[in-house]
Structures are given as structure tokens and as C-alpha cells.
Write a protein that binds this ligand. Structure first.
Ligand code: DC
Length: 221
């Protein structure tokens, strides 16, 4: 039996991956994997359980046994051990912890199988950093979204201000560059486009334009 199709959408934070992946999945009636949310939940779980990140076996063990549920209280909601963690995983603490646990090889391995389980008919749109390179190397379509660091920091700034959360643009830009560095320089599954990925720079494009470009490139089997 042939495997269900996958569209892999990778890129750095703020490149618009999450929004684009959600829209593309809706248009095609496919399921969605927000792989970053898995790393975020793992990071927050380590924080809550006070796990020392240098104890990589303990982090991997936690990753294997995490009780995560997506969509329990609406689209995009994420639950850990029966508690709604949708908001806390999106805080700066959530982002920071996620990029730290994401650099731990055994933790990535432990989350690997969980990600494969999202592949089911009629298809999957998977967003992350290594969807096209490592998790779904046989994806039908691989997209790598980019945008300038300044533009990505500004998007995050507007998002936070829109939610009534105080933010300082230069600090956001600095933190974003630091996470970019950690994500691209790590030894395992670093952030980089797959060789056969189509790179789209979203700096001056609207969401609709990017969704349109992704769908234009997609030829279902
Ligand atoms: O996409 P995001 O911002 O929610 O990702 C949070 C962190 O998880 C980010 O530092 C990169 C990491 N990540 C990863 O290493 N591999 C993935 N497939 C997805 C996210």
C-alpha cells in the first residue's frame, strides 16, 4: 500500500510556517502536524518537572512517555497530562525551552515515531525544521519558508502587542537571532532546506500569496 502524501513546510520561527501549513491543510482537507508544538511541550514538561537538560536520558525518557493531546479544546489547542498548555508553550519560556530540548539527539529520536504517526489518509501537512530532511524525506512536496530576521521579529512584535502583551522589538530580534543560531548550528537535524525543497522568501508576500504558491507547486499523486 502506498503511503499517504505529505507536504513538508520547514523554516525558521516567524517565517509564517504555522499559518501557511494550517491554511494549506484546510484547503486540501489534510491533517496537520505542528512539530514545533511537540518540542515546546517537551521543553515545558522538563521545566515543570525540573528535569536537568544535561541528563539527556531523562529528557528522552520524558519525550517517549509524554501524554500529549492536540485539539481537545479547539483547533490548535495542546494538552499535557490532562492540562491545557496551549498558552504557556507559546511564551518566551516555551520558545527557549523548546530550542534547548530540540538540540538533544535522544529527545529528537524519541519524538520521531510520534511524528510519523500523524501520516494518514488523505494526507498530511507537516511544519517544522526537519520535516523534509529527516522525518518525511519522501514528502511529495518540500517547501522551505524564509523571511528576513527583522521582518520575522516585527511579525512577532505585532502578534504580542495584538494580544496585549508588552514587547521590545530589539530584544525580540536578539532572541530570535539566538534561537536561529542554536537551531542552525546544532549537530542533529539542523535547520536547513532539503536539497529538493522549494525556497520561498515570504518577507514581502501576503499569507494568501504564499498559500497560493505552495498549492501551485503541489501535484497530488
Ligand atoms: O516552530 P516552533 O517555533 O514552534 O519550534 C519551536 C522550537 O522547536 C524551535 O527552537 C525549533 C524546534 N523544532 C525543531 O528543532 N524541529 C522541528 N521539527 C520543529 C521545531
Amino acid at each position: 500500500m502506498s503511503k499517504s502524501p505529505v507536504i513538508a513546510i520547514d523554516g525558521p520561527s516567524g517565517s509564517g510556517k504555522g499559518t501557511i501549513a494550517t491554511r494549506v491543510a484546510e484547503k486540501l482537507g489534510y491533517s496537520l502536524l505542528d512539530s514545533g508544538a511537540l518540542y515546546r511541550v517537551l521543553g515545558i514538561a522538563c521545566h515543570l518537572k525540573d528535569i536537568d537538560l544535561t541528563d539527556t536520558a531523562a529528557v528522552a525518557n520524558l519525550a517517549k512517555n509524554l501524554d500529549i493531546e492536540f485539539g481537545r479544546s479547539g483547533e490548535g489547542s495542546v494538552w499535557l497530562d490532562g492540562k491545557d498548555v496551549s498558552l504557556v508553550i507559546r511564551t518566551d519560556l516555551g520558545s527557549d525551552m523548546a530550542s534547548r530540548v530540540a538540540a538533544i539527539g535522544p529527545a529528537r529520536e524519541a519524538l520521531f515515531e510520534r511524528q510519523l504517526a500523524f501520516r494518514k489518509p488523505p494526507g498530511l501537512v507537516a511544519d517544522g525544521r526537519d520535516m523534509g530532511t529527516t522525518v518525511f524525506p519522501d514528502a511529495q512536496l518540500k517547501i522551505f519558508l524564509t523571511a528576513s530576521a527583522q521582518e520575522r521579529a516585527e511579525r512577532r512584535y505585532k502578534q504580542l502587542i495584538g494580544k496585549g502583551i508588552d514587547a521590545i522589538l530589539p530584544a525580540l530580534l536578539r532572541d530570535l537571532k539566538e534561537r536561529d543560531r542554536r537551531d542552525s548550528e546544532r549537530a542533529i537535524s539542523p535547520l536547513k532546506p532539503a536539497e529538493d525543497a522549494i525556497v520561498i522568501d515570504t518577507t514581502d508576500l501576503t499569507i494568501e500569496q504564499v498559500v497560493g504558491q505552495v498549492l501551485e507547486h503541489y501535484v497530488p499523486a
